[in-house]
Design a protein around this ligand. Structure first.
Ligand SMILES: [Zn+2]
Length: 341
């Protein structure tokens, strides 16, 4: 069931702050060559040294309950407002080091396009410098994507809470370390809140207990209404551009990947961004989108129609791991199926 949540509007408008100016912390702390994409970096490596990171303790984490119970699909905007949020998941399971798709980030920076990254805690821990660069970039907003990309429908309550809360500790440590760098002294990190406010479910799957745990952790669960289909190798850059431009509407949230699982995403982005702007869209973060309108909230999780993600609950995922047939390095991603509503 879908509802628009007017009561959440005021609370959200207060939570999400205005955009900052792009540039300064990045330029102060990294040279252009340090920010540039590197060959091979988008490739995931299974079982590499350091590819299993212990989950940080979350006992000290406290936050007010989030104003929304359910998942945000898109945002209803005032008439004439044409905003769209591009989102990129940084999924990583324990036992692998997923990729960093520098081509995606470079395409966004080159177009001065705002975007939201949903970063897994394990990914943050294995990519400290790249994660610091994303946090430092005022174009970008960071949400979280669980600790190690388990199917949260399959986890007991204690493990569920850990998966949801652990990335908050890793984010906080990374932000603190960034602020403490000499290069960042006196620079404004105000675009990056002390604690992320947005969460995306691994595989886009949830149940009532998982929804409750996310809200209890002070996080707003964000899904999408437009899928890029980018984990599918056959989904060409042309198909991504055409599919997203055909499906997008004011207030849309588009899901894609920046962990190397978006096969043609970097190639598609320049044309996609240009196409969206030609249609009159302004690219914003999810937080800015939420602050501009009324969220359309579903009380279940799905890709494009209720029930369409049941495949993630097959016995092979009984312990919450990815499907056995999808267990190759970097397989943690979603959604791969339908590309249009
Ligand atoms: Zn994911």
């Amino acid at each position: 069931m879908i509802r628009t949540t007017a009561l959440a509007l005021l609370a959200l408008a207060g939570l999400f702050c205005a955009p900052a100016t792009a540039g300064e912390p990045l330029a102060a702390c990294w040279r252009a060559e340090d920010l540039a994409a590197r060959p091979g970096e988008a490739r995931a490596v299974k079982g590499a040294p350091g590819s299993t990171v212990a989950m940080p303790d979350t006992a000290a984490d406290t936050a007010a309950r989030a104003p929304i119970l359910g998942t945000v699909r898109r945002v209803e905007l005032p008439a004439g407002e044409k905003l769209v949020a591009l989102t990129f998941d940084l999924c990583e399971t324990a036992g692998e080091i997923a990729g960093y798709d520098g081509g995606v980030v470079e395409a966004l920076r080159a177009a001065d396009a705002r975007a939201t990254f949903f970063a897994g805690g394990h990914w943050m821990a294995t990519h400290p410098e790249r994660f610091a660069q994303l946090v430092a970039d005022p174009r970008f907003e960071i949400g979280t994507h669980s600790w190690s990309h388990r199917n949260l429908r399959k986890l007991a309550a204690d493990r569920l809470a850990g998966e949801i809360r652990a990335p908050l500790a890793t984010y906080a440590a990374a932000r603190e370390a960034l602020a403490a760098r000499q290069c960042a002294a006196g620079l404004d990190l105000g675009h990056a809140p002390q604690r992320p406010r947005l969460f995306r479910f691994p595989f886009g799957v949830c149940n009532p207990a998982a929804l409750e745990a996310v809200a209890e952790a002070g996080l707003v669960a964000v899904q999408w209404d437009v899928v890029s289909g980018d984990p599918a190798p056959g989904q060409s850059a042309d198909a991504i551009v055409r599919g997203v431009l055909a499906a997008v509407q004011p207030g849309s949230i588009v899901v894609a990947h920046a962990n190397g699982r978006g096969v043609h995403t970097a190639e598609a982005l320049p044309r996609l961004i240009e196409g969206l702007r030609k249609k009159g869209y302004r690219l914003v973060t999810v937080g800015e989108l939420l602050a501009a309108g009324t969220p359309v909230v579903a009380d279940t999780c799905y890709e494009l129609k209720p029930g369409d993600n049941a495949r993630y609950d097959k016995p092979a995922t009984a312990d919450g791991r990815p499907l056995a047939g999808d267990a190759r390095p970097g397989a943690a991603s979603e959604p791969t199926g339908a590309r249009k509503p």
